[in-house]
Design a protein around this ligand. Structure first.
Ligand SMILES: Nc1ncnc2c1ncn2[C@@H]1O[C@H](COP(=O)(O)OP(=O)(O)O)[C@@H](O)[C@H]1O
Ligand SMILES: [Mg+2]
Length: 219
């Protein structure tokens, strides 16, 4: 399955989610190939850091400026994860036409809802006309949700996302703002490798298990 993790805004958690998903899938017996189409190269830097540190599983992440959809479609028996940023719109659009699903992490704020709406508006007509998989799904979820449940932004953001044309599913499994994501990333590790029992790890596993229901997630 080809999952493209995309959003217009930087800092929404695309690379964090792509990286944690890649390691989680590998640890649970899937073969993963990643594509890093963002000039920031976070996804591929993380793979390189793991290699230097000799952390297993090692990740195969291609850092490229352009990719053809046929290349993404050639990994039939692998999980494909693509990290794309707005800095490379041409590559983003090409990847989105190949995608089985588009995963959009959205921080809980009105500005991020607007940015997501704009993103859907920019990609919508082109992707609809060119997408390879007619059942392509666009999924959004809130990342960096406030840990204080009384703060309303997360619910309001989810409600606003549900109203957006172009979003098929708003996943109910949010990731909260947890320093574990940032700290583990800087070591080249996932949150569930560094702190397997943390809330961050639990929340991540729930999200990953929803995205890949046929993977038996022990890691
Ligand atoms: N749920 C979260 N809680 C805490 N920090 C997060 C969370 N998600 C992402 N981050 C941190 O925010 C920063 C930006 O995330 P990143 O994945 O690089 O965003 P993007 O790829 O969309 O630009 C990173 O330092 C990352 O570790
Ligand atoms: Mg990134």
């Amino acid at each position: 399955m080809i999952t493209v993790i995309a959003n217009l805004k930087g800092g929404s958690g695309k690379s964090t989610v792509a990286f944690n998903l890649a390691v989680w899938l590998e640890k649970n017996g899937r073969s993963v190939v990643g594509y890093d189409l963002d000039p920031q190269c976070t996804f591929s830097d993380l793979a390189m850091l793991r290699k230097e540190m000799d952390y297993k599983p090692e990740l195969t992440i291609h850092s490229v400026r352009a990719v053809l959809k046929d290349q993404l479609l050639s990994h039939a028996d692998q999980e494909v994860l693509v990290d794309v940023g707005a800095a490379n719109m041409a590559a983003m659009k090409e990847a989105l036409t190949a995608a089985d699903r588009i995963l959009i992490p959205v921080p809980p704020s009105q500005a991020d809802v607007w940015a997501t709406q704009r993103f859907l508006h920019i990609i919508g007509p082109d992707i609809d006309a060119m997408k390879v998989n007619g059942n392509q799904q666009t999924m959004a979820f809130v990342n960096r949700a406030d840990t204080n449940k009384s703060i309303r932004e997360t619910h309001e953001t989810e409600a606003a996302l549900r109203m957006l044309r172009g979003i098929d599913v708003v996943l109910p499994h949010r990731l909260r703002l947890r320093t574990g994501f940032r700290r583990s990333l800087s070591e080249g590790l996932t949150v569930f490798e560094m702190w397997p029992r943390s809330k961050a790890a639990q929340e991540f596993r729930t999200l990953a298990g929803t995205l890949y229901p046929d993977v038996v997630g022990n890691s």
